[in-house]
Design a protein around this ligand. Structure first.
Ligand SMILES: [Fe+2]
Length: 232
């Protein structure tokens, strides 16, 4: 059986061990990987995953008195395969900090206020053109615990399922023009500048549509030469 697993491109994927990022040794294999033939379910699944998990709406910013604090943004994302074809039906999980840089998570407990109107997560599915949209607020930067003063730039986390299990991607999206981008240890663990650029969204000129939101466009490529780098 022909394998679908492509060799890892060390130029366009992040270094496995990132200097100054103490969690990386236990998030990456310590031994060389063993190649094996994919199983049938890996080549044909997931089937109907969008129907088996609960989808959450594409609006996590809230409205009126329930509106989250922060700059309202609208993300327009397209998910593509290695040939540039849209990946429809891809389940996408999204999570991000609130405008003050705080996650709703027990590990995030010490520096910034919780926003009662912002949970910060969504689960969506791409349409036939590979697109999904999210109305949210721009996440704040936050300091990384035990890192000696390193702050993460504003970013949004994505976990995507492609057409088969082997095309799952966990990555992050950054915002253009952020001064912290240049010193972020996770973003800059990707050696290739063009690959890093593929992780940065594009701010499109405001048109008033959708009303009162800054619009960012982004492309995520699941595999191949122009694949979006992993970011965990
Ligand atoms: Fe994060």
């Amino acid at each position: 059986m022909q394998t679908l697993i492509l060799p890892r491109d060390e130029r366009t994927q992040p270094a496995r061990i990132v200097a100054g990022y103490p969690q990386t040794p236990w998030r990456n294999p310590a031994q060389p990987l063993v190649r094996r033939a994919p199983t049938l379910s890996e080549l044909t699944g997931p089937l109907g995953i969008a129907g088996r998990v609960g989808l959450l709406g594409g609006d996590i910013a809230g409205h009126g008195e329930k509106r989250a604090i922060g700059q309202l943004i609208h993300l327009k994302v397209r998910v593509l395969d290695e040939d540039g074809a849209p990946v429809g039906g891809s389940v996408v999980e999204v999570w991000q900090a609130n405008a003050a840089g705080r996650y709703i998570h027990p590990n995030d407990d010490d520096h910034a206020p919780v926003d009662a109107n912002f949970y910060g997560a969504a689960r969506l599915v791409t349409d036939g053109s590979g697109a999904f949209e999210l109305r949210t607020v721009k996440p704040g930067a936050y300091p990384v615990p035990t890192s000696g003063g390193w702050w993460r730039p504003p970013h949004v986390h994505f976990s995507l399922f492609g057409k088969v299990w082997l095309s799952r991607l966990v990555t992050q999206m950054y915002f253009p023009g952020e001064p912290l981008n240049a010193q972020d240890r996770i973003l800059n663990a990707v050696p290739d500048a063009a690959a890093r650029e593929r992780l940065v969204a594009r701010c499109v000129p405001p048109t008033g549509d959708p009303y009162n939101a800054l619009v960012f466009e982004h492309r995520i490529v699941l595999r191949g030469r122009t694949a979006t780098p992993e970011q965990s």
